[in-house]
Ligand binder design. Structure first.
Ligand code: C5P
Length: 397
């Protein structure tokens, strides 16, 4: 799940033994799609090699407030402005105390003063230090200034003590950061999405299908879940992983997809028809494999039901969003489809461009409704999905 896609995370590493876990924190943040830069304090350098952090983050590690070269390229003000979020993990007792006093005697503390980004800290220290009154009051003060505390864990510590003060797990730190970017624009709404291609059997071996990978639909599923919607997926043939937080119904043919949608459409607030549904299927499915020597030389086709158009005809229909994959007369074809199928908006794809659409990780679309016709510029399918969901939330809910 790419909930930090395109987000810029500045990771501050301060002097705690748990700093040895910081390369793993960089990895977990990257797994969620973030670009990561690291600022390390002199204490942090005692516990982890800059080279590891540099190699894994793929960026120079920043460590010196007085570095002349850095001031010409990425100095403390640029770093502070660059970040969408600053995470100090591990945050040592000393660094936490410095934040409380607004000190600016090294690069990390100066960046924190200079940034308008959200600051998260993951305390890590001996359990007695963590339990001290000074630490409790310091954390309370930082909370009152909207610093987010990633609570430490309980357990055995490097010094042999057992108690509270262990650095939170790297994956939890990354996930808590990602959760900050969740929008609640579809909170409480129910969404049904069709995803992938359909497979129309000719005989037990052969079928008619298409190149749909399911990437766009699955990105929409992520975006709906991030926006707080209860999300159900009707999934045909795909070549990607399924979003595990959604309820999923797997289908093969267009007829099965039709049944799955119709059986689950009641009480949905939003229907997104992203699947590449076959318009036709073989009129007869041969029970046995058709032989080369068979007299059958052509396949008779019959029309499949149009799932989107059928949902749009329902009395209490949800908001219905269709997709149009076009190669020519893009906008006019999409507008025609919007009217014909009576849906609320059409997402238009230009599939003549091989760099976008179908199997690609990127897309460029137009959002077309009765009142709006807006281009969404080329970007990753995840970002496109988030923009589409924001528009749907804005225009229809
Ligand atoms: O008419 P066309 O197939 O181009 O329309 C595409 C839109 O209609 C997509 O949203 C697709 O999911 C939906 N569709 C459908 N059932 C079909 C064919 C297309 O829901 N049988």
């Amino acid at each position: 799940m790419n909930t930090l896609t395109n987000k810029r995370v500045l990771l501050g590493v301060s002097g705690s033994i748990a700093a040895y876990k910081s390369p793993d924190i960089v990895r977990r943040l990257q797994d969620l799609g973030a670009e990561v830069r690291v600022v390390i304090t002199s204490g942090g350098r005692e516990f982890v090699s800059e080279r590891s952090l540099q190699t894994i983050s793929k960026n120079k590690v920043h460590d010196n407030l007085w570095d002349k070269d850095a001031e010409l390229s990425m100095g403390h003000i640029e770093l502070a402005k660059w970040a969408d979020i600053v995470i100090i993990a591990p945050a040592s007792a000393n660094t936490i105390a410095k934040l409380c006093h607004g000190k600016a005697d090294d690069l990390l503390s100066t960046v924190i003063l200079a940034t308008s980004a959200t600051v998260m800290i993951a305390p890590s220290m001996n359990q007695q230090m963590y339990a001290s009154l000074a630490m409790k009051e310091n954390l309370q003060l930082l909370k009152s200034r909207n610093v987010i505390i990633i609570e430490p864990g309980f357990g055995e510590q490097a010094c042999g003590d057992v108690g509270e003060g262990r650095l939170a797990e790297p994956i939890d730190i990354a996930q808590q950061a990602a959760e900050l970017f969740l929008s609640n624009s579809l909170s409480g709404k129910k969404v049904l999405i069709t995803i992938g291609g359909t497979i129309e059997a000719i005989d037990p071996v052969r079928f008619i299908s298409n190149h749909s990978s399911g990437k766009m639909g699955m990105s929409l599923a992520h975006a709906c879940i991030q926006a707080g919607a209860k999300t159900t997926l009707v999934v045909g043939s795909i070549s990607i992983e399924v979003e595990r937080r959604a309820e999923t119904i797997f289908v093969t043919s267009a007829s099965e997809m039709y049944d799955a949608v119709m059986n689950n459409i009641t009480s949905q607030d939003l229907f997104i028809s992203c699947a590449a549904v076959a318009d036709y299927r073989p009129s007869k499915v041969s029970l046995n494999k058709i032989k080369k020597t068979s007299s059958i030389k052509s396949i008779q086709l019959i029309e499949n039901k149009d799932i989107l158009a059928s949902v749009c005809k329902l009395k209490d229909k949800p908001i219905c969003i269709g997709f149009a994959a076009e190669t020519e007369n893009l906008i006019s074809n999409a507008k025609h489809k919007l009217k014909n199928k009576k849906c609320d908006a059409i997402i238009l794809n230009d599939i003549s461009n091989s760099e976008i659409g179908l199997k690609s990780d990127e897309n460029e679309v137009h959002f077309i409704s009765e009142k709006n016709s807006e281009k969404i510029d080329k970007n990753s399918k995840q970002i496109i999905a988030e923009i589409i969901i924001n528009k749907i939330a804005k225009y229809f809910f």
